[in-house]
Design a protein around this ligand. Structure first.
Ligand SMILES: [Zn+2]
Length: 349
């Protein structure tokens, strides 16, 4: 079994779905909180990570999102945003990334005194520095928080649009899902889409599969999670429509269990999505919050969900094609993934 002998950190990957505020290094979180006087529940990196993981692994999306209070507070200066963005690129690169899209809801920083424009500019500076240091193309997806008032979500879309062509490549709606369908924010999504931003929406994570169809109708070409599309009456038809639309699913199995979107890894629907012919890739979501890497999620997909390495790598090639970065970056990542598979004797067909 060659697949069991491969060190997953050496696998070639495409990062499409990772939140900057869920990706801080524990040491960095500790230092940034101390520097800005934020009260900490622990005073060593390991203890801090353990505390966050305990908060996040609650089986509730709302409580999972609440665990971000500390990380957002830590990112309340431009210097902190730059550092976190730069280190996230370094960490993704160390995990084998060939192309990196990171995301954040910058308006979360407003309550800590940092304006959206300043936050986005600082994050982009950190990503640019990381890209220059690693040689890996990077871009930022701006998120709106779907539980915010439509006017505030619209402000997040306007913010994203101000940075089109300057490193912001996409727009997303994140956060609590039940009771806050994407259709509430249709105008914000339309504004971002019409300005040329790629649209990926968290949908069908905590709420029903129909939310995925609504996201597609709003113009999303990618879906964050979307696992509920496999459930309930009409699931086969919904999956056929999503497949025919060519939508890409950014699937994060462990996160789904931590947020309560799915009961356990053993019954996770990744294999059902593959069998339905959906276009998907394995993504990490939040390295710090869930204590994982994209590589460790590959292992989960293989050892627990039963996907072969070839299926997982085909998914990464789909991810490269679905990226919002330039066609040059997409093609280059795809070539490197194919070359890696050839070297490792992973038969893609
Ligand atoms: Zn997410």
């Amino acid at each position: 079994m060659i697949e069991h002998q491969i060190n997953t950190s050496s696998l070639s990957k495409v990062v499409l779905h990772e939140h900057l505020d869920g990706n801080l290094r524990p040491q960095t979180l500790l230092e940034l909180c101390k520097a800005s006087g934020v009260d900490l529940p622990a005073d060593t990196p390991d203890a801090l990570q353990h505390w966050i993981h305990t908060q996040a692994n609650s089986g509730s999306l709302e409580r999972y999102v609440a665990a971000f209070g500390l990380t957002v507070a830590a990112m309340s200066t431009p210097e902190a945003c730059k550092r976190v963005a730069f280190e996230a690129v370094e960490d993704c690169a160390a995990d084998g990334a060939q192309l990196i899209e990171l995301r954040m809801a910058p308006l979360l920083l407003e309550s800590h005194g940092l304006g959206g424009d300043e936050a986005v500019a600082a994050i982009l500076a950190g990503l640019a520095r990381g890209s220059a240091a690693t040689g890996i193309p990077c871009g930022l997806i701006v998120c709106g928080m779907r539980s915010d008032a439509p006017l505030d979500v619209m402000r997040s879309a306007e913010l994203a649009v101000r940075f089109v062509g300057k490193g912001v490549i996409g727009y997303d709606l994140a956060g609590a899902e039940r009771g806050f369908p994407a259709t509430m924010h249709a105008k914000a999504v339309a504004l971002a889409r019409e300005a040329g931003l790629g649209i990926t929406l968290h949908a069908g994570e905590a709420d029903v599969g129909e939310r995925v169809m609504e996201a597609i109708e709003l113009g999303a070409t990618r879906i964050g999670h979307g696992v509920q599309i496999t459930q309930g009456l009409g699931a086969s038809e919904r999956m056929a429509r999503a497949r025919d639309a060519g939508v890409h699913f950014e699937v994060c199995p462990t996160s789904n269990v931590h947020t309560g979107a799915w009961k356990d890894l053993a019954t996770h629907p990744l294999m059902a999505m593959e069998k339905a012919g959906l276009n998907w890739s394995v993504q990490a979501d939040n390295r710090l919050i869930s204590v994982l890497t994209q590589g460790s999620e590959f292992r989960v997909a293989h050892e627990v969900c039963g996907l072969s390495l070839a299926q997982i790598m085909r998914g990464q090639i789909c991810a490269a094609r679905a990226s919002f970065l330039s066609s040059e970056a997409r093609l280059s990542a795809e070539k490197r993934l194919i070359a890696w598979c050839a070297e490792q004797l992973v038969a893609l067909t």
